[in-house]
Design a protein around this ligand. Structure first.
Ligand SMILES: Cc1ncc(COP(=O)(O)O)c(C=O)c1O
Length: 429
């Protein structure tokens, strides 16, 4: 099936289930009509629609997000969502558990085929089976790539403000981290190619966040091609973290790094996972790599085998297969809902002069808030949000250079919580 037909078919499937008219495309898919408050205990499917307005009670589930929140604070920091996972995923897991068979398990053909089909139909990338392997969570897998392709003392380039664990584990493993900060003109972020070119001589690896957390950029093919050509000319390996790629927002399309050119396929390792898009972060270490170049793939997979990290746990297999074969209609509906939440944030801060500006994300459920006009030092800014607004947000400073004066707000929750959170930022006026 061609990508466009696939998107049409999942949109149509989503609409058929919801009894809404088919919108015919990913970008204009079904709207969730349920916009009002719901309380916990309401089933996940209301009137045939996925109910993202449901307030799911996470008490007693050992949630890290809620565990760190003080009484009365709304936790909007770590990147998981407060929604139930897709019904297709939980049904598949329950069915598998009902068999009570949990012995050593091999990776079935369906695992590979579900990924191959997903990459083709969601992202327009033809992937050969031999390029794909199960991996144990994106950060663990990136760490294994650091170990495979660099030695202690070698340098790894990151482009801050960026997901903090790239740096943290590189340093823990004795690698040096070189910053090539993104350029920001107050509206948009771009890659500093001059800076990148200068530092490529010193480094072994570039870590790309595609789409980019926390600034929410979906990198354009031209930028990716340019990175690939530069890195190939200098013999640099590119680790492309694509964990947020299935959450592109209406009007945006993700480009898998290795799909963009021959150079990219020669130097790139793609890491992706259904954990962000289907909200499975705590289930089990779940991700996969796609590595077209055998000269990179062989040593990398050997590294995984030697560390005994190559055996997929049952929940990873079952959840990935279910998400990628039956989860698309739910995901498309989720993306529409997230866009609605993001629009609320953008509108609120543009209509209320609080010194806070939302940078519209192009993917995912994380909104980067530029609070520099509030004129507060970072620790006071964080105190404002935690103590006055009673919101637990991610501190922009932890994402490295360019993060001071910013916070990251996770809007992967029912809309009424987003509205409440926004109202709480008013104390400054
Ligand atoms: C860009 C990025 N990579 C990786 C991760 C974590 O992935 P995993 O839990 O599979 O290690 C996150 C989580 O927020 C992330 O934002």
């Amino acid at each position: 099936m061609k990508r466009r037909d696939f998107i049409k078919s999942v949109s149509a499937a989503a609409c058929a289930v919801t009894l809404l008219p088919s919108a015919g495309s990913l970008m204009t898919g079904c709207k969730n009509p349920i916009d009002e408050e719901k309380t916990s205990g309401i089933p996940p499917v209301a009137n045939g629609q996925w109910d993202f307005d449901e307030v799911v009670d996470r008490a007693g589930t050992w949630s890290i997000k809620y565990g760190r929140a003080a009484e009365g604070q709304i936790p909007m920091w770590i990147a998981d969502m407060d929604f139930r996972t897709a019904p297709a995923v939980s049904s598949a897991l329950k069915e598998r558990l009902n068999r009570d068979v949990l012995g050593y398990t091999s990776t079935p053909e369906e695992f590979y085929q579900s990924i191959i089909r997903w990459e083709q139909e969601m992202h327009g990338w033809h992937v050969d089976k031999e390029w794909v392997a199960y991996c144990p969570g994106v950060i663990t897998s990136i760490n294994q790539a650091y170990l495979t392709f660099s030695e202690p003392g070698d340098s790894i380039i990151v482009m801050p403000p960026v997901y903090n664990l790239f740096r943290m584990y590189a340093e823990r493993l004795g690698r040096k981290v070189i910053d090539n900060p993104l350029l920001f003109d107050g509206e948009r972020y771009r890659i500093d190619f001059d800076g990148l070119e200068r530092m490529l001589n010193e480094a072994k690896i570039l870590v790309l966040c595609n789409p980019h957390n926390p600034v929410g950029i979906v990198w354009e093919p031209d930028a990716l091609k340019r990175i690939a050509a530069l890195c190939r000319s200098k013999g640099i390996i590119v680790i492309s973290d694509e964990i947020h790629c299935d959450l592109t927002l209406p009007g945006r399309r993700h480009t898998p790094f290795c799909s963009v050119s021959e150079d990219a396929a020669a130097v790139g390792l793609v890491f992706a996972s259904p954990t962000k898009s289907f909200n499975l972060a705590g289930l089990s270490m779940t991700s996969y790599c796609v590595i077209p170049n055998e000269k990179l793939r062989e040593p990398y997979l050997k590294q995984l085998r030697n560390a005994k990290l190559d055996e997929a746990p049952i929940p990873s297999l079952v959840a990935t297969i279910a998400a990628y074969t039956e989860g698309a209609p739910w995901l498309l509906s989720l993306r529409e809902y997230l866009q609605g939440n993001i629009q609320k944030v953008i509108d609120f801060f543009s209509q209320n002069d609080l010194g806070i500006k939302a940078i519209p994300p192009q993917a995912s459920f994380l909104v980067w808030l530029d609070c520099r006009a509030m004129g507060l030092p970072q620790d006071e800014l964080m105190r404002f949000f935690s103590d006055k607004a009673r919101l637990l947000l991610s501190n922009g400073a932890m994402y490295g250079q360019g993060g001071e004066g910013f916070v990251r707000m996770n809007i992967g929750c029912p809309r009424k919580i987003v509205k409440e959170a926004l109202e709480r930022t008013r104390p400054l006026v």
